[in-house]
Unconditional design. Structure first.
Lengths: 115, 111
């Protein structure tokens, strides 16, 4: 079974620009969660999508948004980039079909650098 | 809101020594607790979860609701256990795919 894939793996953007990151879950997984990882804040939950609907949202500003497609692939978008958005963005997929937490399988991450 | 605290950023032990990675949480409901591990140049992966009550790679963790702790233990550490360990919590109700992580502990096992 192919693992979670994320593209691109590395990205350099300038302040004020916007960026779109992509995540392809494991086949059959319908839930995709996104996390931001920084040295200072650690791993922080951004949002989760299940069956094309946002099911949970973390405490991030509205500049961070996401969506999920009918094939469960997900994208997240960050508009008006700030230096503080530099981070490793991880996505994780799971079956996600019940309230009991299914194991989350993580992708390799996208390293975003904002200059 | 829930919170997970891992008080040790770094932990060093010698091979064959016991190891305990501490995890404390704050949450008013009934949480699900997990330990995730990230080996060098590998992805974050699930090590164990409290509802399974199983031992993985010799590691065990018991949920202590009275002390709100979920410490990870192994009686005899091995060099291959060197990694970053994260404790994570899923709140009850509709939290589904939302995990709250601790800051992580880097475990180094010396030969």
């Amino acid at each position: 079974k192919a693992g979670v894939t994320q593209t691109p793996r590395y990205l350099i953007k300038t302040r004020g620009q916007q960026v779109t990151l992509s995540c392809s879950p494991i086949s059959g997984h319908r839930s995709v969660s996104w996390y931001q990882q920084t040295p200072g804040q650690g791993l922080q939950f951004l949002f989760e999508y299940f069956s094309e609907t946002q099911r949970n949202k973390g405490n991030f500003p509205g500049r961070f948004s996401g969506r999920q497609f009918s094939n469960s692939r997900s994208e997240m978008n960050v508009s008006t980039l700030e230096l503080g958005d530099s981070a490793l963005y991880l996505c994780a997929s799971s079956l996600g079909s019940s309230s009991t937490a299914h194991e989350q399988y993580f992708g390799p991450g996208t390293r975003l650098t904002v200059t | 809101a829930q919170r997970v605290t891992q008080p040790e950023k770094l932990l060093s032990v010698f091979k064959g020594a016991p190891v305990e990675l501490k995890c404390n949480y704050s949450y008013s409901g009934s949480p699900e607790l997990f330990w995730y591990v990230q080996y060098s140049r590998q992805r974050l992966q699930l090590l164990l979860r409290h509802i399974s009550r199983e031992s993985i790679k010799g590691f065990t963790a018991d949920l202590n609701k009275g002390e709100t702790s979920f410490h990870l233990k192994k009686p005899f550490a091995q060099e291959e256990d060197s990694a970053m360990y994260y404790c994570a919590l899923k709140a009850g109700g509709t939290s589904y795919g939302k995990l709250t992580f601790g800051q992580g502990t880097i475990l180094t096992v010396h030969p």
